[in-house]
Structure formats: C-alpha cells, structure tokens
Design a protein around this ligand. Structure first.
Ligand code: AMP
Length: 187
C-alpha cells in the first residue's frame, strides 16, 4: 500500500508514518529526514541546502525530485511507500504522479491532517525540546507555516477531489488520529 500523509509542519505526519511503517512493514519516505542526512554527511547537496533548511525555506524541487526517483524505483520498496513531507509543491506532486506511472504504482490513500496554527506552535515547541531541531524555533515555525500556506495549500486542491483523499482533524490527540487512519485502512 502506498500512502501520502499530507499537512503542515507539526501536523503529526512523522508520528503516523512511523506507526504505519511498523504495522504495514512499509518504508517511511521523509524528504526532511533525507535532507537532514545530506547535511549531516556534509555532501554537496547538504552544503547547498543547509541555509534554506535553517531558514524554514523549501529546498529546490529538482533536488527533492531527484532523491525521490531513487526511492520510487527501488524494487524492494515498491508498493510499500509512506510519503511524509513530499510532495510539497504542485511541481513535486506532478513529478510523483509521473514516477508512479513509470514504475507502475499508484497512491492508495491520501490522508490530510488538518491542524490550526495554535496546535502547530504547541507541538513544535515540544518537539524542539525533544529532538533539538535547528529549524524548530518560533520564528522559523511561523515562516514554515507561511510557506506551507503559500506553496503547499495548492497541492491540497490537486489531491482533494481524488476518491482516495481523506481529511482528518489533526488537532485531535495522536491516538485518536491513529484510530481513524486504522479505520480507513481496515487494520
Ligand atoms: P520536515 O522534516 O518535513 O518538516 O522538513 C524540514 C525542512 O526540510 C523543510 O522546512 C524544508 O526546508 C525541507 N524539505 C523537506 N521536504 C521538502 C520538500 N518536499 N520540498 C522542499 N523542501 C523540503
């Protein structure tokens, strides 16, 4: 089963992705984690993106699209992808469609975790203490939320008319959201 978890930063995509990975034996595809790894390893890509990431700006489509190609075409991951944080722009959504068609795959479920700004700020302030992420300070959170509204919201329109699109209230407790996802997946 290929699933997209969609929503603003702090919506709980990563938490739900980890649950689905464990339960379905799938793979989490977090572009954020992949990009942080490039920075940690100080690769060419890492050097190029470090400032964007720290400022809460998006990394260029071309960079994330290239990273995605390797994952989608990996035969051991075929039909077992949990997308967390990708796609984030229309260009990325179109690229994903193309990659899936070329590799004879499809998206089975799209879960939109809809959260308000207050919940996001609360959750990210908590995560900042737990994970010490450099892009989790209040200023950057607000910038990331603005970027989401401007750039990622149109992606919502791209997906929301699809039959396998499900909108969930992401302000609920994590367990509650999890229960709803399990219900849709019949787990
Ligand atoms: P995340 O861990 O998903 O919250 O992502 C952290 C940061 O990584 C974002 O604020 C962006 O700078 C970058 N990033 C992650 N995924 C993408 C993406 N799909 N497109 C562009 N930038 C991304």
């Amino acid at each position: 089963m290929n699933i997209i978890l969609f929503g603003p930063p702090g919506a709980g995509k990563g938490t739900q992705a980890k649950y689905l990975v464990k339960t379905l034996n799938n793979f989490q595809v977090s572009t954020g984690d992949m990009l942080r790894d490039e920075i940690k390893k100080d690769t060419e890509i890492g050097k190029k993106i470090i400032n964007y990431m720290n400022e809460g700006k998006f990394v260029e489509d071309e960079i994330v699209n290239n990273l995605m190609k390797k994952i989608v075409f990996n035969p051991s991951k075929k039909g077992k992808l949990i997308f967390d944080g990708y796609p984030r722009t229309i260009q990325q959504a179109k690229n994903l469609d193309l990659l899936l068609t070329e590799s004879k795959q499809q998206i089975d479920f799209i879960f939109f975790l809809n959260v308000n700004k207050e919940t996001i700020v609360k959750r990210i302030e908590k995560r900042k203490v737990e994970e010490k992420r450099s892009d989790d300070d209040l200023d950057t959170i607000l910038k990331r939320y603005d970027t989401y509204l401007k750039t990622t919201s149109p992606v919502l329109d791209y997906y929301s008319s699809k039959q396998n699109f499900y909108k969930l209230d992401g302000n609920q407790e994590i367990d509650q959201i999890n229960k709803q996802i399990k219900g849709f997946l019949k787990l």
